[in-house]
Design a protein around this ligand. Structure first.
Ligand code: NI
Length: 260
């Protein structure tokens, strides 16, 4: 069974058929889903989904573009939620300089990124990192964090990986998994294809980021975990192994990542 490491089924794009989509997961070959929060509301909604469906787990955290919703009270809520039984990670957290170009906004992102990394260390959970157009600062902050928390052996995943193969190797050296999704099937995905070719299969996990990032031949449509076989097939082609092997190894990796 496929392990879906990053989905947003609480999104309003699933309001019409959420129940149906989640009920059909096993028929579609998906064994486990981690539903990822991106602000306080969606973190709470992720926990609600995890409580309702046995195959769904939750991550709680605030996305860099949504950190305006955070304050001490918000951090306390995240801390409380982190101890809920089916919460397996803190995320998605990180830096996004693509949408936010002003230096004070970017500094604010870095501050809340650091705070949420500290929370993850405190509650002993891995992190789900969102990083876009912010490779250097992400690496710098994660390195500082590791220097001060050497006890962490399983730090987390770099989700929807978009940087160079060299940088992927560096993240892997630090203990991170690399999240690969629909982008790998796109015609212009040369860099990600090169990354997948370069890094070991034992460090790759698969994800949709649904409802976004649908793979070919569904690019532009609403994404869902049932499209993960296209991602798995493509990874198999790149690494010259069977889809069954990709499915099995990436599921094993995901269980290690989220300690399930
Ligand atoms: Ni996401």
């Amino acid at each position: 069974m496929i392990f879906e490491t990053h989905a947003h089924y609480e999104d309003k794009k699933f309001d019409e058929d959420r129940e149906e989509m989640i009920h059909s997961l096993r028929e579609d070959g998906i064994g486990t889903v981690v539903n990822v929060g991106s602000d306080l509301k969606t973190s709470e909604a992720s926990i609600a989904l995890a409580k309702k469906y046995p195959d769904v787990y939750a991550a709680v955290g605030v996305h860099p573009s949504d950190v305006d919703c955070l304050d001490e009270e918000g951090m306390n809520r995240l801390r409380q939620w982190a101890s809920e039984e089916k919460v397996v990670a803190i995320g998605e957290i990180g830096l996004d300089y693509y949408w936010d170009k002003e230096s004070d906004v970017q500094k604010n992102q870095r501050d809340w990124f650091r705070r949420q990394l500290l929370l993850a260390a405190e509650v002993d959970l891995p992190v789900i990192i969102h990083s876009r157009d912010a490779a250097e600062d992400t690496m710098k902050i994660l390195k500082e964090f590791q220097e001060s928390h050497r006890e962490i052996t399983q730090p987390g995943v770099i989700h929807c990986y978009s940087y160079s193969p060299e940088m992927a190797k560096e993240f892997i050296k630090m203990g991170y998994y690399i999240g690969v999704g629909g982008v790998v099937t796109f015609k212009n995905a040369k860099k990600l294809v090169e990354t997948v070719k370069t890094i070991p299969l034992s460090k790759i996990v698969v994800e949709t980021d649904c409802p976004y990032m649908a793979p070919e031949p569904h690019r532009g449509e609403r994404n869902a975990s049932r499209y993960l076989p296209y991602v798995i097939e493509k990874i198999g082609q790149i690494k010259e192994v069977s889809k069954e092997e990709v499915e099995q190894v990436t599921a094993e990796n995901a269980r290690k990542l989220y300690r399930l």
